[in-house]
Design a protein around this ligand. Sequence first.
Ligand code: AMP
Length: 187
Amino acid sequence: MNIIIFGPPGAGKGTQAKNLVKKLNSFQVSTGDMLRAEIKKDSDIGKKIISNMNEGKFVDDGIVNKLLENIVFDKNKMNKLIFDGYPRTLDQAKNLEILLNRSNQKIDFIFFLNVNKDSIIKRIEKRKILEKRSDDNSETILKRYDTYMEITKPVLQYYLKNDNFHEIDGSMEISDISQKIEEILEV
Ligand code: AMP
């Protein structure tokens, strides 16, 4: 089963993805984590993306799509993918479809965690203290939210019509969100 967790920054995608990884014995595909790992390694990719990431801007589709390709074609992970933070652009959504088709896979469920802007700002302010992420400062948070509204929200329109699309109230308690998702998945 392949699942996309979709929503604005701070909606709780990572938390829910981690829960599903445990529950379904699957793999979290967090492009944010993959990109932060490149920066930590100080790789060529890391050097290219560091300023965009710190400013809350998106990393080039080409770079992100390439990182994703290795995972989608990994035989050990096939049909066990929990996408968190990908796709974020229409180009990425189309790329994902192509890669999944080529590897005889599909998206089984899409969960949209819907949370309003004020709650998100409060949550990210909290996460800033817990996780010490360099892109979790007030100015960057707003930038990331605006980027989401402008570039990622159209991806929502793209998925909205699918039978496997489910909107979840992301302002609920973490455990209630998990329960709702598990009910839909029947796990
Ligand atoms: P996240 O951990 O998902 O909140 O992502 C943190 C940052 O990584 C984002 O603000 C972007 O700069 C970058 N990033 C993560 N995923 C993507 C993606 N799919 N496309 C472009 N940039 C991304």
